[in-house]
Design a protein around this ligand. Structure first.
Ligand code: ZN
Ligand code: ZN
Length: 304
């Protein structure tokens, strides 16, 4: 009897070993920073971490990305791929900290930075800007000179920017006029899919690429009517972002399994109000994202 039980236990362990890993067809998203240029302890600069098949992909690297990655328990050296939605400073101001600190923490390769036209230039100048640090650390502490740099790669039009091991990342154009080009990204792994809007006004091209997606992470901007009347510049700012009414209409067409707001840009208006306004157009699963919120995307969407 004892032996029979041993055989059963051993076979179960063997079968578990053969079974696909738990992360197959599963994407985990961590909202590292859900903020804007506005300095905030609650909302760091825009940055979203996507994990699929044990690999990390980072989308934008705003203020404090390094801190949030550390809070999320992600080893900095494992960040090798960064995709930029556009080159507004709030989306890239954490980049030098992340690239240098992950180098110090022995990132095994140069950092691969993909983004709109201008990304290569940004990478080259960041490498130059920290040449003194490169000298000190390679001479004094023996850090690997080959892995120091950021390798910039420009994309000027929509394209598949990563396709390996069943994971596909597609850059598509959004409308952040006059910032051109500006991209959103779609990540597919098996049946699981995620779309990140980047900064955009209401975008029909985003609708095309996001239709039926599991998780849509979308920017949001809103102001109360009094502030809007007093400050004409605010109107200009809102014109290249998406209001709750527009987002609600867009979600109703896209029908994501879940929609989450990030890049939360609010002027004299609270989160409850923007949720209420959105819900009058879209009654699906909707949340305002928070820094360090994790979202599991598989057969179901799990927030934790
Ligand atoms: Zn922004
Ligand atoms: Zn922007």
């Amino acid at each position: 009897m004892f032996y029979l039980r041993q055989i059963i236990l051993t076979s179960t362990a063997f079968l578990a070993f053969l079974a696909p890993p738990v992360y197959a067809n599963y994407i985990e998203v961590t909202l590292l920073g859900t903020g804007t240029p506005r300095p905030s302890l609650e909302r760091f600069g825009p940055s979203t971490l996507v994990q699929a098949k044990g690999q990390y992909f980072l989308f934008d690297s705003g203020r404090g990305t390094t801190i949030r990655l550390t809070q999320a328990g992600v080893p900095l050296s494992q960040i090798e791929h960064i995709y930029l939605t556009h080159l507004h400073s709030d989306h890239i101001s954490g980049l030098s900290d992340l690239s240098l600190t992950s180098w110090i923490w022995q990132r095994p390769t140069p950092l691969k930075l993909t983004g709109p036209t201008g990304t290569k230039n940004l990478a080259e100048h960041l490498n130059q800007a920290y040449a003194a640090d490169f000298d000190y650390r390679t001479k004094n502490t023996g850090l690997d000179p080959k892995t120091f740099s950021i390798e910039g790669h420009n994309i000027s039009t929509e394209d598949v920017v990563y396709k390996q091991g069943g994971i596909t990342i597609t850059a598509f154009l959004v409308d952040h006029h006059p910032v051109k080009p500006a991209f959103g990204y779609r990540i597919d792994y098996g049946n699981a899919s995620v779309v990140i809007s980047g900064d955009t006004a209401y975008s029909t091209n985003l609708i095309k690429h996001a239709k039926g997606v599991d998780l849509l992470i979308h920017e949001i901007a809103a102001a109360n009517t009094q502030l809007l009347a007093q400050n004409p510049r605010l109107k200009k700012v809102l014109s290249y972002h998406t209001t709750p009414e527009q987002a609600g209409r867009l979600f109703e067409i896209v029908q994501p399994k879940a929609a989450v707001y990030n890049h939360v840009l609010l002027f004299g208006i609270d989160e409850e109000t923007i949720l209420e306004t959105t819900r009058s157009f879209f009654q699906g699963n909707l949340r305002v994202g928070k820094d360090l919120m994790k979202i599991g995307v598989g057969e179901t969407i799990t927030f934790y």
